[in-house]
Design a protein around this ligand. Sequence first.
Ligand SMILES: *Cc1c(COP(=O)(O)O)cnc(C)c1O
Length: 354
Amino acid sequence: MQLTVTEAATLKEKPDESKLGFGTLFTDYMFIMDYTPDKGWHSLRIEPYAPMPLDPSTMFLHYAQGAFEGLKAYRTQSGSIQLFRPQENFRRLNRSCRRLCMPELDEDLALGALKQLLTMEKDWVPGAPQTSLYIRPTIIAMDPYLGVRASHTYRFFIILSPVGAYYPEGFSPVKIQVTHEYVRAVRGGVGEAKTPGNYAASILASEKAHREGYSQVLWLDGVEQKYLEEVGSMNIFFVIDDEIVTPALNGSILPGITRDSVIRLAKHWNDNVSEKKISIDTLMQAHADGKLQEVFGSGTAAVISPVGEIKYGDQVISISGGEVGPVALKYYNAITDIQYGKTEDPLGWVVQVA
Ligand SMILES: *Cc1c(COP(=O)(O)O)cnc(C)c1O
């Protein structure tokens, strides 16, 4: 892999690890490469992090032909740096590329470039509990053109952002609201791709939920508005009658890597887990019957996000008495312990960087 490195004239001061938020600070360097039909992906380079000039007619800006990923680098107690299932992120990025008519990447090359960038930036991986270095690989359509078609040229870049603890005040449940007014994605659409348009489409519902005191939206399917799909930008799990249940992938649900990790760990431990189509009515009935034990979201940012209350129409139900349930806690601890190298890695998920 031929890769050019341009050194920064000055390096930034590292932030106070106790004050890190999410997605506001960026490291000294970024990785970039470009795609043209004749050369394929080329000009691999690590450059100082800086604004990128874009022609105002850049296709991505108008038609959102693009895709991204989100993963993290973790510092272990011994000071080493590791990734959690990064191959799955590049595999999913390629699936998003196929859906958005964009050229695929060589997954090994992309992971190699990421490791090289992380090796240069290893001092940016914070070491305080629950902190990490968030990684955002992104592909955008670059043709300066206003017609609607697939672009011919693309840019891929990776930026890095040190992030703080998701639960600085301890692992605690959130309140969520079912929306009937809006849908996140429809089958046949782009819901299963990590593509910018999905997030633009979700903002209004989430602002309304916030105004009413709820932190996330519980999305129903876009066709019948009946089946449970996701919560905010996380996948969702239920514990009903001692069974761990998550909605089966159907084309509009984003196939989360944390979701897959919960399912695989559950199978590894012989916990009762299943992927199935589950309606909001079934959920409300399970609650009425006293069988709904827990609800939690799953995603890279929070890992596991316990839900303490759901509002559906005029009904408000309390889950696990508003407390964190044992299943959510077990999977949160198990996954974070693997990510931070505090325990063995039973399923071979960790990739060492430095
Ligand atoms: C990224 C994302 C998830 C979670 O995926 P992870 O790979 O677990 O981080 C779930 N839903 C949506 C809509 C997402 O964008």
